[in-house]
Design a protein around this ligand. Sequence first.
Ligand code: ZN
Length: 319
Amino acid sequence: MILKLKPVFKDYIWGGNKLKTDFGFDTGLDKTAEGWMLSCHKDGENTVENGGFEGKTLNEVIEICGREILGKNGRRFDFFPILIKLIDAKDNLSIQVHPDNDYALRVEGEYGKTECWYIIDCEENAELIYGFKRELTKDEFVKKIKDNTFLDAVNRVKVHKGDLFFIEAGTLHAIGKGILLCEIQQNSNTTYRVYDYNRKDKDGNTRPLHIEKAAEVTKCEMPKYGTKPSGKEIKTDGGSFRELVSCDLFKAARLALSGEMHFDCGNESFVSLLVLDGEGKIENADETLAFKKGDSFFISAGSGRISLSGNAEIIKTSV
Ligand code: ZN
């Protein structure tokens, strides 16, 4: 079963307009910060746009069809395991951290968040914040926030198209301005804001910080991972693919399609396909659907052999 999903858009204050101008989404918003492309989260659930389930939320489809459609790996989780977003940062995001599962389930009643970012595009000299320049003690961490010297300690990284950042729960991070990216993350919305550049909104208010919780969960260390995808580019018939990330929680690859490619959607996991560019056709034994840039599909576990044809750049994710 191949479901085409209708995204949910968010107009956070740091957003831009690339999701409208580059991707052609009619978001109906002034600024479009995020498109939630695969989401069963209560803060923005996708609905289905095709077939017999048209108009139902993905959650409702899972209830009707049963958790079998998540696959063996997907059913390990009590809640839908992942959330995939497109993010357009016109301005700097606040510096933040997410708790791990143990802490988040205990304190917040939802999963923690490990996430990764695939850089779709960025302005020249765009940079982001990823961990610390050197190891800090918890006391230094709190003191630096309070005496306003926090930015001296953070690790700034220049970004390039195609970079991949793996942000394990507990890693300090912030997307910088001029970056368009795809985020694959655990299905959670728990964020502790550490530093917000002392920004004030139009009414002169600062946004709340969560320093105590952040101090409990932040690993005050240099980043452990590099900034490149985990795999090498591999040529196949009909294009090439590259593994971006593979961890306990999710597995993602970038497909560069130029012709026809196939993969098997077995019983281990559902598959998400997010089209970053181009157009083409997706089919299995029962269904054929056209796709274009910005489309997002949920393919239920056990859907069998899937064929993709056309010219496109696609992010394929499973659990
Ligand atoms: Zn984050």
